[in-house]
Design a protein around this ligand. Sequence first.
Ligand code: KG4
Ligand code: ZN
Length: 333
Amino acid sequence: MPITILAIESSCDDTAAAIIRDGHVLSNCVASQEAHRQYGGVVPEVASRAHQVHIIPVVDQAIKKAGVSKEELSAVAFTRGPGLIGSLIVGVSFAKALGLSLQIPLIEVHHLVAHVLAHFAEPPYPTFPFLCLTVSGGHTQIVLVRDYLDLEVIGKTQDDAAGEAFDKTGKLLGLDYPAGPEIDRLAAQGVPRFSFPEPQIPGLDFSFSGLKTSILYFLKRELANNPEFISENLADICASVQDRIVSILLHKLTLAVTLTGIKQVALAGGVSANSALRKGLQELGNQQGWQTFIPPFQYCTDNAGMIGVTGYYKYLAGEFTTQDIEPVARWDM
Ligand code: KG4
Ligand code: ZN
């Protein structure tokens, strides 16, 4: 009998469902929420209401697209956290209800473990041990991955996440939320001729809040001289900020390789869609003799495929959970 898992992800603003059979993704569906754009960020209350609307159609779509029937499901895997509690409640409650009605086991999944295990959704697969830089709107960490379910965070941000650095910069520049993709696009037309300081944080930890402050003061200073400064220099500002964010990430990754001696390096999370980061890692890898892994775009941003892949390895390990499980907004890996 094949192991067929329905996976649900609802930790932030995307409602996602996927079907995974024997570790292979058969369908990977997502309903994105556009409503947050006008507010310049994700509004938790709006997000949970939208999850409520989207969850049944998305699960239905995932099942139909995969060509399976509900009766073939072996388990339901779901994101337990970390994330927005109101959003998580929708996915967790749905998973529990479905598990109960179909009499199949539940598997709780840590969202950030899933971002790392997204690398096993499609070949080429990294081999153990490897390092993974997870960069998203909410998290920035370097993970030492010894096995599917043996992961250790060896560095993390002390304040903002890398995605937040992109998004908050975008806000200062008057760009729509989330600004990461737009900064990426504009940066390609610009030259990184403005210099922003690199934070001096010891070890493998990150900090991005100082960068945000220095961008704010830089813009204030320049706008005082020229009110059109942003519109006249937008592409160059974007290129400069992106250049610094990427260099902060790659410098810490280089230190992690030096400290661990591990030369297999992977990228995960929404910010791994950034073209300068992808190119930068590839070039650095070629230069340093690392083997690098960058997942296809649909497995970088929040998706249920990665939840299902993680659920599959937990299924093999016999790691199931019970009906009294509750979502958690904060959860250390
Ligand atoms: O992993 P993700 O989809 O959701 C979270 O779990 O946070 O990541 C979303 C983040 C946002 O901050 C967004 O601006 C950023 O990923 N992002 C990018 C790019 N595409 C998405 N940042 C820079 N360049 C991109 N191309
Ligand atoms: Zn995420």
